[in-house]
Design a protein around this ligand. Structure first.
Ligand SMILES: [Zn+2]
Length: 203
């Protein structure tokens, strides 16, 4: 598997970037990971990086974006925060990835059995976690208003809604990214990762 170069990145479309991620996850699920020499990639990327994607995912230890998309050193920008929520620092990171560093796709990837989403559904309040969860509560309220005892299926519905909510927040609060999407320079897509099967489903 080739290391990302300026030339490769420049010739990729948003649709190409989407397909690379889909194919990478397919390899991961089938346990046929691409051959790559990570140590060589460290050397090859030392003078500069040309990642093709930025992925916002949860801090969950079971959801490492590079591994589940079978990517190497220098391939993707990985933004991680519990519950894959949006704040200005996350938006700034995404804007850097696309506008400055040339990435072609923004993925917001939620996952099944998410502790942050489950805690938001239970309206947990604890230290700084309270403010973090307040970014997920609107999705809880949208799917199951005034309910605190959600079933597993209902929690998964909230997780999907939370991804959609993050996508909407990107488009509403980043004119840079929404303009790049409108002009076809980038794609902004949601996804859901199954901790049971390792499969990524694009929404
Ligand atoms: Zn999570």
């Amino acid at each position: 598997m080739k290391t990302q170069t300026k030339e490769i990145q420049e010739n990729l479309t948003a649709a190409d970037a989407h397909r690379i991620l889909e194919q990478g996850n397919k390899r991961f699920v089938q346990n046929v990971k691409a051959q790559r020499d990570l140590k060589s990639q460290v050397f090859e990327t030392s003078a500069g990086q040309y990642p093709f994607a930025v992925v916002l995912s949860c801090i969950d230890s079971r959801v490492p974006a590079e591994l589940v998309f079978d990517q190497g050193i220098g391939d993707i920008f990985s933004v991680r925060v519990a519950g894959n929520v949006i704040n200005n620092d996350v938006l700034g990171s995404m804007e850097y990835a696309c506008k400055v560093a040339g990435s072609k796709i923004v993925v917001v990837m939620g996952h099944t059995k998410c502790g942050a989403v489950t805690s938001a559904c239970k309206r947990v309040e604890l230290g700084n976690i309270t403010e973090l969860l307040s970014k997920i509560i609107p999705s809880v309220d949208k799917v199951h208003p005034e309910k605190t005892d959600l079933s597993e299926e209902e929690v998964e519905e909230v997780a999907i809604e939370n991804v959609k909510h993050s996508i909407a927040a990107i488009k509403a609060n980043s004119s840079i990214l929404s303009e790049m999407e409108a002009s076809g320079e980038i794609e902004i897509v949601g996804a859901n990762y199954s901790v049971e099967t390792g499969e990524v489903t694009f929404l």
